[in-house]
Design a protein around this ligand. Structure first.
Ligand code: GLA
Length: 390
């Protein structure tokens, strides 16, 4: 029996958030704003290296019902725990002062104010169908839904790129999550029917048509439900290695090594200094540089109407993340291999890794067969059952 995590339709999501708001605060909100979770098609661990990535928005969204207040207080409640109302004075919000999910909410107000914008106090009720802890960016869906709400009630008129940057700051500095920027851009800057080609060097975007159904295909998302400790530490460690390598090579970001042919090879040769640490640096940098090139190839195929041909790029991305970047895990490898064995055109882990989700590009009419095969492979491997999202 496979488990499918269905998205709420827009009306349901709005209604749920409104209901939590009304029950908690005894009034109607000024409005309800929402932002989606995401999966990344390709371009993993490239965002904090100034590289390219290609996320698509999920139908699963986080809804924020919000009403402005006349004072400096923020009251926050979540449909996941409707009896626990958190209350903060916004003036007291600073790095290290807020914990848990409310850091993503109060953090956005803090980041907007840090830019000199006037943000009022507020009451907010959150409800969400984005799976939490699945590498599908539930945190960015949360911070971005709140950013849209505060932008509207505060009449701030900020563009979405600026709001995405505020959400990154909120997550990095208030929630203490060193994320790179892909998730927030995916939540705020995608348009329907398109993947978002995000250039993390200058934060420009291009909307690339992505419509698997039109080609008889479907994108299966496999939430491994694997819980991993040390995630933050490992993510930060990968990021630090890349930044050290860039500094040693005299470039701002690893992306700069992709501008001139031959630079990448020379950089890898320089990093290979015969030490075990040098060997690790070579593998990490090799992943980043090859992954940026794969994004370019993937986009070229999409723009040529050749979605059916991207499978090998997905597979190569997974191998590189598993072997060179070392951010996969047993559950992700089992998911990817089982999907491929059941006929997927290609499959890879998506998101930060160490658990979370994988994606598989499958024939639309084979969706349930592939899901059942992955489910069976998890059982055979003694793993707890995964969940599926389309
Ligand atoms: C997490 C981070 C993103 C990105 C991915 C890896 O999802 O939040 O910024 O770095 O990992 O591509």
């Amino acid at each position: 029996m496979t488990t499918w995590v269905r998205a709420w339709d827009e009306a349901t999501g709005q209604e749920r958030a409104r209901a939590v708001f009304a029950t908690t605060f005894g009034a109607a909100p000024d409005g309800v704003w929402s932002a989606p979770g995401r999966v990344n098609l390709i371009g993993e661990h490239t965002d904090y290296n100034g590289g390219l990535c290609l996320p698509v928005a999920l139908a699963h969204r986080t809804y924020a019902a919000l009403r402005r207040r006349d004072d400096d207080t923020a009251r926050m409640v979540s449909g996941a725990e409707p009896t626990a109302v958190a209350e903060r004075e916004l003036a007291g919000v600073a790095p290290g002062t807020v914990g848990g999910w409310t850091a993503y909410v109060a953090g956005v107000a803090w980041a907007l104010r840090a830019r000199g914008l006037t943000v009022p106090g507020f009451d907010v009720a959150i409800d969400s169908c984005v799976p939490v802890g699945s590498g599908l960016s539930s945190s960015a869906a949360l911070s971005c839904s709140v950013a849209l709400a505060l932008d509207a009630v505060g009449a701030l008129a900020q563009d979405r790129a600026a709001l995405a940057a505020d959400c990154v700051r909120a997550e990095n500095e208030i929630a203490g999550a060193p994320t790179g920027g892909m998730d927030q851009a995916a939540a705020l800057r995608t348009v329907p029917g398109h993947a978002l080609l995000l250039d993390c060097r200058d934060l420009t975007v291009r909307h690339v048509p992505f419509d698997p159904a039109a080609e008889g295909l479907a994108l299966l998302v496999i939430d491994t439900r694997a819980e991993h400790a040390l995630v933050d530490g490992q993510y930060a460690a990968r990021r630090a290695t890349c930044e050290e390598a860039a500094a040693a090579l005299g470039v701002d970001t690893l992306r700069d090594l992709t501008d001139t042919p031959g630079d990448a090879e020379r950089a890898l040769a320089t990093l290979a200094d015969g030490t075990p640490e040098g060997e690790v640096r070579v593998r990490r940098v090799r992943h980043v540089l090859a992954e940026i090139a794969r994004v370019q190839e993937f986009v070229a195929l999409l723009e040529a109407g050749r979605l059916r041909d991207v499978g090998p790029l997905l597979d190569a991305s997974h191998a590189s993340l598993r072997d060179d970047y070392e951010v996969s895990c047993r559950e992700l490898d089992v998911a990817v291999e089982a999907a491929r064995a059941a006929g997927a055109l290609g499959a890879r882990m998506t998101g930060g890794g160490f658990g979370g989700s994988a994606i598989a590009l499958v024939e639309a009419d084979a969706l349930t067969t592939v899901a059942a095969a992955v489910d069976a492979a998890f059982t055979a491997a003694g793993l707890r059952p995964p969940a599926f999202v389309v």
